[in-house]
Ligand binder design. Structure first.
Ligand SMILES: C[S@@+](CC[C@H](N)C(=O)[O-])C[C@H]1O[C@@H](n2cnc3c(N)ncnc32)[C@H](O)[C@@H]1O
Length: 399
C-alpha cells in the first residue's frame, strides 16, 4: 500500500473510531463494467451492530450491501486506486481526498469539512431508515442532491416516505400474503410518486418480491414524468397510468394504497380496491368536504360544533369513521391511526384494512345508526358501492 493510500485508509479508520465519519465516496471508475458509476458508503446501525453500508450505483440501479466495519474498510482499501481513481472521505473534522493519475500515481489532499453540522452527520448515520436515501429516484424526484443528501426543505417529505414504508412493511409482514412471491400494488392518486417509487424499491429490493406497481394519476405531466423516471431507474415493474381513479379499470391487486387522494377520490379508491379484491387497503384521506356539506349536527350537541374547527373535525371523523366501518363490513380488520408525527404533516391519519376471511360480519349495519344521528342521507361511498363494482365513467358519476 502506498503511503498516500495508508493515510487515506488510516483517516477512514480514525473517523469511525472517533465518530467523525460522515460518508465515503468513490468515483472515476476505471473497471470493466460499463454500467458501474460510483460507490457511496454510509455508516448504519443494524440490529446486529454497526455496519458500513455500500451503495454500488449503476446507470440504472442501486445495489446496497452492508459490511461489518473491518470488512468494509478492507473493501474500501481494495477499490482505492484500483477500480476507482478517486475517493473522498467526509468527516466532521476534514474532507480527505485521494486521487490517482492514469498511471495510478496517488495524491492525498485535506480540505475543510463539507459537513460540520452534527445534524447532517446524525442524519447520514440514521439508525433505522427503511428507505435507501442514496437511491437514484430520490434524486430524480427532487428529494436528494446528486450526492444523496436530503435537500433543505425536503426532510419532512423524506421522513414521511420513510415512515410510510415502515408502516407498510409491518402491515404486509403480518398479513396473509406475506409469503407470496408475486405481489401487485396499485397506488391511486400517485401524484409526484415518491411513495410509489419507494414501495416498488422496498418490495423489489428489500423484500425480494416479484412486484408490479401501478400508479394511477389524473395529471398527465406527472404521469409522463414518473414513467420516464421509472425507465431511467430500470424499474421494469413500475408503471404509471394517466386517468381518473373512478374511470380506470383495475385488475386483481394484492395491495391498494391511496394517500392524500382528495375528498371523494378516497372513496373511489375504496370501491376500486374492493373490486380488485385487495388483501390490503391503506388510505390517508384528506379534504373531507362531502360529508361536511351533508351532515346536520344534532340539536343537543350544537354548542360544541358551532365552532368551525370542531365542525370541520367532526366531518373528518364521521367521513373516516364511516369509511373504516364500511371496510369492516366488507370483511376487513381495520385500524385508524396517526402514521407520522403531526410535526411533519397535519394530514397524517391512516386507515389500514387487512382482509380477514374468517371475520364475523355483524348483522346490524351500525353505520346506518351513525348516519341517521347526523342526518347524513347521502354518503358518497355508499352511493358508489350500491352501484356495484362495474366500470362507470366520470361523466356518469357527476350526473
Ligand atoms: C396530494 S397528492 C398526493 C400524492 C401521493 N399519493 C402522496 O401522498 O404523496 C394527490 C394526487 O392525487 C391526484 N388525484 C386526485 N383525485 C384523483 C382522481 N380522482 N383520479 C386520479 N388522480 C387523482 C391528484 O392529481 C394529485 O396528484
Amino acid at each position: 500500500m502506498t503511503s498516500e493510500k495508508e493515510k487515506f485508509i488510516g483517516e477512514l479508520r480514525k473517523s469511525i473510531s472517533d465518530n467523525s465519519f460522515v460518508k465515503l465516496q468513490f468515483g472515476k471508475y476505471r473497471g470493466d463494467d460499463k454500467e458501474f458509476q460510483k460507490i457511496i458508503v454510509n455508516r448504519i446501525n443494524l440490529k446486529d451492530g454497526e455496519r458500513l453500508s455500500f451503495n454500488f450505483r449503476y446507470n440504472t440501479k442501486d445495489v446496497v450491501k452492508n459490511f461489518e466495519i473491518e470488512q468494509g474498510i478492507k473493501l474500501a482499501e481494495d477499490v482505492t486506486g484500483n477500480d476507482f481513481l478517486s475517493g473522498t472521505l467526509f468527516t466532521t473534522k476534514n474532507d480527505y481526498t485521494i486521487d490517482h493519475s492514469k498511471k495510478r500515481v496517488p495524491s492525498f489532499h485535506i480540505k475543510k469539512p463539507s459537513f460540520n453540522d452534527p445534524e447532517i452527520k446524525e442524519h447520514n448515520r440514521q439508525k433505522t431508515r427503511k428507505i435507501n436515501q442514496e437511491a437514484e429516484y430520490f434524486h430524480l424526484l427532487g428529494i436528494t442532491t446528486e450526492d444523496g443528501n436530503v435537500k433543505t426543505g425536503m426532510y419532512d417529505k423524506f421522513r414521511q416516505v420513510d415512515k410510510f414504508i415502515e408502516t407498510m412493511d409491518s402491515i404486509f409482514k403480518t398479513s396473509g400474503i406475506s409469503e407470496k412471491d408475486t405481489i401487485s400494488i396499485t397506488d391511486m392518486g400517485s401524484g409526484k410518486s415518491y411513495l410509489t417509487f419507494a414501495m416498488y424499491d422496498h418490495f423489489n429490493n428489500v423484500l425480494n418480491k416479484n412486484v408490479t406497481v401501478k400508479g394511477i394519476e389524473q395529471n398527465h405531466e406527472l404521469t409522463e414524468l414518473s414513467n420516464r423516471f421509472s425507465v431511467k431507474c430500470g424499474f421494469t415493474g413500475l408503471e404509471f397510468i394517466n386517468g381518473n381513479i373512478f374511470d380506470t379499470e383495475i385488475e386483481k391487486t394484492d395491495i391498494t394504497i391511496a394517500l392524500h387522494a382528495c375528498d371523494t377520490a378516497t372513496d373511489d379508491a375504496i370501491k376500486k380496491a374492493l373490486g380488485a379484491d385487495s388483501e390490503i387497503i391503506v388510505l390517508a384521506p384528506c379534504c373531507q368536504k362531502y360529508v361536511r356539506k351533508k351532515m346536520t349536527v344534532p340539536e343537543k350537541l350544537k354548542g360544541i360544533f358551532d365552532y368551525g374547527i370542531h365542525e370541520e373535525r367532526l366531518a373528518v371523523m364521521l367521513t373516516d369513521g364511516l369509511r373504516a366501518m364500511t371496510l369492516e363490513k366488507y370483511g376487513y380488520d381495520t385500524r385508524v391511526f396517526e402514521f407520522v408525527s403531526t410535526d411533519h404533516t397535519a394530514r397524517n391519519t391512516m386507515i389500514a384494512a387487512v382482509k380477514n376471511s374468517s371475520k364475523i360480519i355483524k348483522s346490524e349495519d351500525e353505520t346506518e345508526i351513525i348516519k341517521s344521528e347526523f342526518g347524513i342521507d347521502d354518503f358518497y361511498l355508499d352511493k358508489i358501492l350500491k352501484e356495484g363494482i362495474s366500470k362507470k365513467t366520470a361523466d356518469e358519476k357527476n350526473q
